[in-house]
Design a protein around this ligand. Structure first.
Ligand SMILES: [Zn+2]
Ligand SMILES: [Zn+2]
Length: 311
């Protein structure tokens, strides 16, 4: 089988991969389209020590042709964490294309049938690959509960930052997107106030909650400079780099720091189907699988839109 292999130091196209071997409860999907995200770029640099087929943002099809995507966490279903209703944190879990489970940048992928979500006709393949990252953005919304009267800032004008801003826009909170690139900030559209970081830092810490979606170790300290005392900082950045950050402001200003990872797929699918979130401005170039190395180079170019792989 053809697919994209990560050896922890680089990615390469391989034409000699084993066919997926579905575990009990798994089905094999034909992959229609997969997206490259910053996590994949981090994995390629050694984050998590992953070795295998990459890919966790994808749209595929069942043998009958029904288009689907799949949640990425594969919990054991039997441990106390699963029983407590936190399957995404199951200590025995595998994660599609990230931890102990081959991913979707290949012709075919095996996923647990219970993880499947049908993709409505209203959502094109190019938008369906955003279900996973948009669900992650809605996880932040679940945690922060933005509401009218609240000022929420999202730090980072990349794709995840944009998705977080759009996911929060319907809440009635004032949503601000803070970045470093005017051209990228301009994609935010209506209902999102945009600021360059240097300008935001002159506003005097007006934000009730600040989401770090920068993908950079500079994001967390910047969030601490922007959030009001007793406010909330949400960390959405996952990077292999280590932080060096002064924690004293968290104590002195009683900041609540919240980690945020995977989120509700149904909410993301509904937002895409209804058009509440329109991801078309974020769609970038498409590459065939055998040009994976070019695709990863393009995805690693600062300011790139979502790079897609078509098996
Ligand atoms: Zn991702
Ligand atoms: Zn479990």
């Amino acid at each position: 089988m053809r697919g994209v292999w990560c050896d922890g130091a680089a990615v390469r196209f391989r034409g000699d991969l084993d066919e997926p071997r579905p575990a009990a409860g798994e089905v094999v999907l034909g992959v229609r389209l997969a997206g490259i995200c910053d996590t994949d770029l981090q994995l390629a640099r050694g984050y998590m020590g992953y070795r295998g087929v990459l890919g966790h943002e994808f749209v595929g099809e069942l043998p009958g042709g029904q288009r689907v995507t799949a949640e990425i966490n594969n919990p054991c279903g039997a441990c106390p964490t699963c029983a407590a209703g936190r399957p995404g944190h199951c200590p025995g879990r595998s994660v599609l294309g990230i931890l102990g489970h081959p991913g979707a940048m290949a012709e075919r992928v095996a996923v647990p049938a219970r993880n499947l979500h049908p993709i409505p006709d209203a959502i094109a393949d190019e938008a369906a690959v955003f279900v996973e990252p948009l669900a992650a953005a809605f996880r932040m919304v679940e945690q922060v509960e933005p509401r009218p009267g609240m000022a929420l800032a999202v730090l980072g004008d990349g794709k995840l930052g944009m998705l977080c801003a759009w996911a929060a826009r319907e809440s009635g909170a004032t949503v601000h997107l803070v970045g470093k690139h005017p051209a990228k900030l301009a994609l935010a559209g209506t209902g999102v106030a945009t600021h360059l970081l240097a300008d935001a830092e002159r506003l005097g810490r007006p934000f009730d909650a600040v989401v770090d979606a920068t993908g950079s170790p500079s994001g967390f300290p910047a969030a601490l400079r922007l959030v009001r005392p007793c406010g909330t900082v949400v960390l959405k950045t996952t990077i292999s780099a280590r932080y060096e950050v002064d924690l004293a402001p968290i104590v002195i200003d009683e900041i609540r720091v919240v980690g945020s990872r995977c989120g509700p797929f149904p909410r993301a699918i509904a937002a895409l189907a209804s058009g509440v979130v329109d991801v078309r401005p974020l769609v970038g170039a498409e590459f065939p699988l055998d040009r994976a190395e070019d695709a990863f180079r393009a995805a690693g170019t600062p300011g790139s839109r979502k790079i897609l792989l078509r098996p």
